[in-house]
Ligand binder design. Structure first.
Ligand SMILES: [Zn+2]
Length: 303
């Protein structure tokens, strides 16, 4: 059967990229309505349904838009909702970007699980792949393969050609406890990208306690000093391939966070998939492009 929230939950905080502080309330919603975002600062009808066909940007996060209303960095909330089995939810938000909170999906999971979900009087629909699907991105070498299977399973290989990270792999299926093994894993970026991202007007809300920063190359003092002032973090040091801002929850927290993102991006299919998804070197751009092309093809059958 379908499920929704038992009651509303409110979160406050700044967006990772815009730095804009928003108040976001996730609410129960009618059976069959799916997950929708409503920009309350624009108007009560500024609603965007969380579907891959509404994705308009994947620059360091997933943005959905509809008729002038857009919401960005939706993937961690989408991941928590999908993993906990929330079919229907209205997300009221008074600004352009979902709060980054601690960079993970744990705050959502903790709030929702405190009360559990409310069952609804409607059957849950699932999407069944009718044949195998293969996608390959020549530029990045990323691939996604999807096979029909009874249960949903996701496999992910992360390879940034990084000395610090190496190649990391993670498999998510019914035997993996999302709440303890994936939800706490935080977003990340590479130290050498920080200045570039900041120059593009991104990571305005990045403040060294909501992101893991991987340091791939030696850092000179002048650069470190610039970063300290950019992020108002005087104690910033490099330690064993990472900035010293936080301790890793898992040695492979990076691939676990990428799995968290992947679960959130594939939730944009609008229903759980009865298939095995094997992804290599993918991110928001490719995940959502694949979901969009699946929704526009006859490969998935709604059961
Ligand atoms: Zn993420």
């Amino acid at each position: 059967m379908q499920h929704t929230l038992k009651q509303p939950y409110t979160f406050n905080g700044k967006g990772l990229h815009t730095g804009v502080v928003t108040t976001m309330t996730i609410r129960p919603a009618e059976p069959g309505s799916g997950i929708c975002f409503r920009r309350t600062d624009i108007g009560s009808d500024a609603v965007v349904k969380a579907l891959a066909t509404n994705v308009t940007s994947t620059d360091r996060g997933t943005t959905i838009s509809c008729e002038g209303a857009s919401v960005s960095t939706i993937e961690h909330l989408m991941s928590a909702a999908a993993a906990l089995g929330v079919d229907n939810m209205m997300v009221d938000i008074d600004g352009p970007e979902v709060p980054i909170l601690d960079g993970s999906a744990l705050p959502y999971v903790k709030a929702i699980l405190a009360d559990g979900l409310a069952g609804q009087d409607a059957e849950r629909r699932t999407l069944a792949p009718q044949r195998p699907f293969h996608f390959e991105d020549d530029a990045s070498g990323a691939t996604i393969d999807i096979y029909p299977t009874e249960e949903c399973e996701m496999q992910l290989t992360v390879d940034f050609n990084s000395k610090v990270l190496g190649v990391q792999r993670f498999k998510y299926d019914a035997s993996v406890d999302y709440v303890s093994q994936i939800a706490p894993c935080r977003t990340f970026c590479f130290f050498h990208e920080l200045e570039f991202l900041a120059s593009k007007g991104l990571i305005k809300g990045g403040d060294m306690d909501n992101a893991i920063v991987i340091v791939e190359h030696p850092v000179d003092n002048a650069t470190l000093e610039r970063m300290r002032s950019l992020f108002h973090a005087e104690q910033l040091e490099v330690r064993e391939g990472y900035l010293n801002n936080l301790h890793l929850h898992f040695p492979d927290e990076i691939v676990r966070h990428k799995m968290l993102d992947m679960i959130g991006d594939f939730a944009l299919l609008g229903a759980p998939i009865k298939g095995t998804i094997i992804a290599c070197k993918t991110g928001h751009r490719i995940n959502t492009a694949v979901c969009k092309s699946l929704l526009q093809s006859d490969i998935l059958k709604l059961l």
